[in-house]
Write a protein that binds this ligand. Structure first.
Ligand SMILES: [Mg+2]
Length: 447
């Protein structure tokens, strides 16, 4: 028997605000960060997980991860890893920690990092990348890891089982197709608000030439700028789909007006038009901007909000995120909910490491759940991949199938140490130039 011997955390931040990579109408100066956790067993195994944040506050999630981790140290690792449904439920529904949510925000995200680190151990034990582990689990095993609490009015275990059993037909062929051809990607790299017109046009052209299925532009700063940038992008990519993303910038009436002002550029979807909690607002916006699709999900707190967005007919595209919810289990629930309502999943990615993580869910969706790539693609942003043990590979505008056993979360030790905040060598070199600086941290007296 092996036991969980230690759980260590790291506050890892990258000074992306120096280049305005990742800048949008709301996130004007992000320093892409990972609240990172390593779960170790006394037989020498490691499981890695993290939560993505935009910088400040990463330390808060690290502390929350430590609170969840303390529930696992000393416990039987085999019991946890062999019954990930029960392991997840224990953490998510901890009777004291759940007060901080329940099932939303800092505590939920922290819980997800720990849950996913356990999945990382499981996938490594089985010698499979997460997508292939999930795709080769039986429908019964998959249903067993899903928490149906508060979603059973929309999706029962029996209905989930039906979806997964239907997904068994042709699964081996689809796994082979994924290994050979990967999965479609779209890119957000050209469209950050902080980029010049020249950079926008150059990157848009490059994206089209590289074979991406779509590009995405950030909008919502100024209507005149949005019109100019969309016109330039449309000229650069021709008929290639262009999505727009407002990062929750607008109130409901403004969203409808603004999107209709941009309708002549034929946006494929409007992403996060308003508050991510406003389910009925999304439904109203969807009615007001049709035929432009409405997409959201990267900041949706849990499966219960996704359920309501689907029940209310509020979204055309479900953008699950790998570190916003409570890890692998809850994202399986979100994928099954989307399948139940016939809404395509186009995951959110970017940040640091989100591409590495989230690709596994789309591969699983295709292999074992919906069996289709129609109207589906994974977001791609070309930043910070070099810090990971298995960086994503894009071939001809598609994600190539990850091969390394695990969830994809493992960051290189050298990167983790260099960018540990605020004491890593990288941060000492950056000094006060990034949006978050090591000197501020010292003044505030952070850990
Ligand atoms: Mg977005």
């Amino acid at each position: 028997m092996s036991r969980i011997s230690s759980i260590t955390t790291h506050d890892v931040r990258f000074p992306t605000s120096l280049e305005l990579d990742g800048s949008d109408a709301v996130n004007v100066d992000p320093d892409y960060s990972a609240a990172y956790v390593i779960v170790r067993t006394d037989s020498g195994e490691e499981g890695h997980g993290f939560v993505f944040t935009c910088g400040r506050g990463n330390d808060i999630i690290v502390r929350a991860i430590e609170s969840y981790a303390s529930l696992l140290v000393g416990r039987d690792a085999d019991e946890l890893v062999n019954d990930l449904g029960e392991a997840s439920r224990r953490l998510v529904h901890d009777s004291q920690l759940r007060w901080l949510g329940p099932e939303k925000g800092v505590s939920h995200m922290a819980c997800g990092a720990v849950v996913s680190a356990l999945w990382d151990i499981r996938a490594r034990r089985e010698g499979k990348p997460l997508w292939l582990l999930l795709s080769t689990m039986t429908p019964e095993e998959l249903v067993d890891v899903v928490d149906f609490t508060h979603i059973s009015d929309a999706l029962t275990p029996a209905q989930a089982l039906d979806i997964l059993r239907a997904g068994e037909a042709g699964k081996a062929d689809r796994i082979a197709a994924l290994q050979a051809n990967g999965y479609p990607a779209y890119t957000t790299s050209p469209g950050w608000l902080g980029y010049s017109d020249e950079k926008l046009v150059r990157l848009s052209r490059e994206a089209a030439a590289e074979g991406f299925s779509m590009i995405k532009l950030k909008v919502g700063g100024s209507l005149a700028d949005d019109r100019r940038r969309l016109r330039l992008a449309r000229e650069a990519v021709g008929p290639l789909p262009i999505a727009i993303d407002a990062n929750q910038r607008w109130d409901v009436p403004d969203a409808i007006t603004w999107v209709n002002e941009l309708a002549e550029f034929n946006p494929y979807w409007i992403e996060e038009p308003t508050s991510t909690d406003d389910i009925l607002g999304h439904a109203t916006i969807r009615r007001g901007v049709t035929p432009v699709r409405v997409a959201t999900g990267e900041a949706v707190a849990n499966r219960i909000v996704f359920k309501q967005l689907l029940q209310a007919g509020a979204i055309d595209v479900l953008q699950l995120d790998s570190t916003r919810v409570a890890g692998v289990n809850e994202n399986i629930a979100n994928i099954l909910l989307a399948a139940r309502f016939g809404v395509p999943v186009c995951p959110h990615a970017g940040g640091v490491g989100l591409c590495e993580l989230v690709q596994h869910f789309s591969f699983f969706d295709y292999a074992a759940v919906t069996g289709t790539q129609e109207g589906r693609m994974i977001e791609y942003v070309d930043h910070l991949h070099e810090h990971f043990a298995e960086p994503v590979r894009i071939v001809g505008g598609r994600y190539a199938a990850p091969q390394r056993p695990g969830t994809g979360a493992e960051m290189l030790t050298a990167s983790r140490e260099r960018w540990e905040f605020p004491s890593g060598a990288g941060w000492l070199e950056v000094g006060g130039r990034a949006a978050v600086s090591a000197s501020q941290a010292t003044v505030v007296g952070q850990r």
